[in-house]
Design a protein around this ligand. Structure first.
Ligand code: PLP
Length: 383
């Protein structure tokens, strides 16, 4: 928490707007619209709901196909299944770990040659851990094949591509304000769009698709997906420190990188990470790195690092396991090399909170250094 949340929540209580309606929602939407330079922002009760409604706006229905980045959280693909549609998974490239344009093109050509292109309704690239995908190439393919993009920028508030905010490039995008994201409302999401008709319809679908009549009238099935005014108050309080949060996350990343630079000079391993360039700027929501021992000594270096740090109660973890490798999606098509699987096998997420103390850092640095040292020291115990 930043410290400003309580005053916005208090305002909601004082004005008796304890409902999915009220000034905090209106202002939170305005603030996010301004930060992301999006003409319309609709506050919803989760990022998952935002993806679901984005798919509804594009008319995704039974038997359609949606092309989804495989290396992501399940919430990028689950709403495709809610619509009765079929996810087709796309592999990752090495620079950003996001949807590979070459593989996307291969998938589109394959579906086209099977006369299935008319059933392909959307492409969902992800800003994994905050890093923008290769949006220029992806948007070119979107135009060439006439299939709209939904940007899953759930992890990427504050990231930019070519000076445009994450989620605002392709006309439809989503953000998440779940508890673990860079800004939270405890649970929440936002749909971003430049299309007024989409914005109006999204709001209508999120509030049970009520018709504009003096009595309750419904001609279509809607959802209860609107954000609460209390939650929006927490979000407004969080936004007052957005820049500090981005700087803290980016400085976490730099700190890990400097440590790993030093360790990789001492020990025979390579490490890599999602790279920025003149287009891509990441909020570095999670500090994630790939590890590869030059000569494997005691199994996989990544497994060793995660297990050693966890033993010391430090929350090092695996990155997302690709969705095409998940039991629930095992029957779905996958266009990609084994690169997404390699990223999963070799990837580690390190503690990345905005409130790590100097004491926390010393503990993390010494445990990571010791983990790597032990891996390469033949005499150490075989844990
Ligand atoms: C968190 C997340 C979501 C879903 O957001 P919720 O608000 O948790 O529903 C979707 N996609 C990605 C990549 C996420 O990290």
């Amino acid at each position: 928490m930043s410290g400003d949340e309580l005053s916005f929540v208090q305002e909601a209580l004082n004005t008796n707007w304890v409902a999915p309606k009220g000034a905090n929602i209106d202002n939170f939407e305005k603030e996010i619209a301004q930060i992301t330079d999006s003409p319309f922002a609709i506050a919803l009760n989760s990022g998952t709901a935002a993806i679901h409604l984005a798919l509804k706006l594009l008319g995704v229905t039974q038997g359609d196909f949606v092309l989804v980045q495989s290396l992501t959280f399940c919430a990028s693909a689950n709403p495709v299944v809610y619509c009765g549609a079929i996810p087709v998974f796309i592999g990752s490239e090495k620079e950003t770990w996001n949807m590979c344009p070459t593989e996307l093109e291969r998938a589109l050509i394959a579906l086209q040659s099977e006369n299935l292109l008319s059933r392909v309704k959307a492409i969902i690239p992800v800003y994994l851990f905050g890093m923008p995908p290769k949006m220029r190439e992806l948007m070119n393919l979107s135009k060439r094949f006439g299939i709209p993009i939904i940007e899953d920028a759930a992890e990427a508030l504050g990231s930019t591509f070519g000076n445009r905010a994450a989620g605002s490039l392709a006309g439809l995008g989503i953000l998440s304000f779940n508890g673990n994201k860079i800004v939270t409302t405890s649970g929440g999401g936002m749909l971003l769009t430049n299309n007024k008709a989409y914005a109006d319809r999204c709001l209508n679908l999120a509030t049970q698709a009520r018709e504009d009549k003096p009595y309750y009238s419904h001609v279509e099935i809607g959802y209860n997906y609107r954000l609460s005014n209390i939650s929006a108050g927490i979000g407004r309080g969080q936004l007052t420190s957005l820049n500090d949060r981005i700087m803290a996350r980016r400085s976490n990343f730099l700190r890990y990188k400097l440590l790993l630079d030093r360790l990789s000079e001492q020990f025979p391993f390579r490490y890599s990470y999602q790279s920025e360039n003149s287009d891509r700027y990441s909020n570095r929501w999670l500090s994630s790195f790939q590890f590869e021992a030059i000569n494997q000594s005691k199994g996989i270096l990544t497994e060793h690092i995660i297990a050693s740090m966890r033993k010391l109660n430090i929350e090092a973890s695996y990155i997302w396991k690709p969705l095409h490798m998940q039991e629930v999606f095992k029957d779905c098509m996958y266009f990609g090399t084994n690169h997404a699987g390699q990223l999963f096998k070799n990837g580690v997420c390190f503690p990345s909170g905005t409130n790590l103390s100097e004491h926390d850092w010393q503990y993390i640095i010494s445990s990571l250094s010791t983990a790597i040292e032990n891996y390469f020291t033949p005499s150490s115990s075989n844990d």
